[in-house]
Design a protein around this ligand. Structure first.
Ligand SMILES: NC(=O)c1ccc[n+]([C@@H]2O[C@H](COP(=O)([O-])OP(=O)(O)OC[C@H]3O[C@@H](n4cnc5c(N)ncnc54)[C@H](OP(=O)(O)O)[C@@H]3O)[C@@H](O)[C@H]2O)c1
Length: 274
């Protein structure tokens, strides 16, 4: 039996994962920044699920949630950093009031929740699941701030994987393409100062066009995440869905082409040998 601490359980992947883990008999600490939104979730599970408030931008709340998890279940062995939201708009369009809070949630919130959890996880070993995105694999016009936040998640996760391996802690970086959660409905904000100069890369109509039409089935995504957490041989990177896979393939090919194209010039930068 595993014990999970999951952030952002009011909807989408977080809620589905919390319910799926509890339904199969695991123990779950389900958290949300407004705990009232998840109050009823635990009822059917007879003490195997507790719900706690956790706004991931509040480091003290992360420590309090971890302390409560230890008090209730003696600890946990799977941390899922799921809470997050997106900001669309060209880099020149975004304001600090828009992009800094997004980094507070997607990046610094993940860091604080992870740091609060590590003393517990280092004792038990286990798995850290970090929700990145196809947007964390490759950047694209109109999504640069979200790209940057998810790229940060990727870098932190890759570093953690190396640092934590001696403690028996694995890291899984989940990189979904578009899945039908509340993400496009309420977890995407648009830069308010749209500039006509960026009409070509604008994602102004992305939400109306795609919300509710995403091909990805979040329950199938959750099944893959459960399988990966259970497996001994799960890879570090888990692109989910054909769109995320296509992004990864394009990125690998372009990266390969870039490093090969100027190889002779760009490797000739060491001091001359005497
Ligand atoms: N669905 C997709 O297509 C997709 C693709 C790639 C990556 N992702 C990633 O998947 C993760 C989950 O998103 P989702 O698709 O499940 O969307 P969702 O249904 O909108 O869920 C987002 C969750 O994040 C929570 N959250 C936001 N800010 C928070 C904060 N400060 N503290 C705690 N929780 C906070 C929300 O809680 P509130 O109810 O309080 O707002 C909500 O529970 C995100 O990291 C997202 O970037 C999603």
């Amino acid at each position: 039996m595993k014990t999970w601490l999951i952030t952002g359980c009011s909807s989408g992947f977080g809620q589905r994962l919390a319910l799926a883990a509890a339904h199969r008999g695991d123990r779950v600490i389900a958290t949300a920044r407004n705990v009232k939104t998840i109050e009823d979730m635990a009822e059917p599970f007879g003490g195997r699920m507790i719900t706690l408030p956790l706004d991931v931008t509040d480091a003290a709340a992360a420590s309090a949630a971890v302390a409560k998890a230890v008090e209730t279940f003696g600890g946990f062995d799977v941390l899922v950093n799921n809470a997050g939201y997106g900001l669309f708009g060209a880099i020149e369009e975004g304001t600090p009031e828009e992009y800094r809070p997004m980094f507070e949630v997607n990046v610094f919130g993940l860091i604080e929740t992870t740091k609060a959890s590590l003393p517990v996880l280092r004792r038990s070993g286990g798995t850290i699941v970090n929700m990145s995105s196809g947007a964390g694999i490759a950047g694209g016009g109109g999504g640069g701030y979200y790209n940057a936040a998810k790229f940060a998640v990727e870098g932190i996760s890759e570093a953690l994987a190396g640092e934590l391996e001696p403690f028996g802690i694995r890291v899984l970086i989940v990189e979904p393409g578009p899945f039908r959660t509340d993400f496009l409905g309420r977890s995407i904000t648009m830069a308010a100062n749209g500039m006509p100069e960026y009409a070509a890369s604008s994602r102004k109509h992305y939400r109306e066009t795609n919300n509710g039409n995403q091909a990805g089935d979040p329950d199938k995504a959750i099944a893959v995440i459960l399988q990966a957490v259970d497996a001994d041989d799960a890879p570090l990177h888990l692109p989910l869905g054909p769109i995320a896979h296509a992004i990864a393939e394009r990125k690998l090919a372009a990266f390969r082409s870039d490093i090969d194209a100027w190889r002779d010039i760009t490797i000739a930068t060491d001091f001359d040998q005497p």
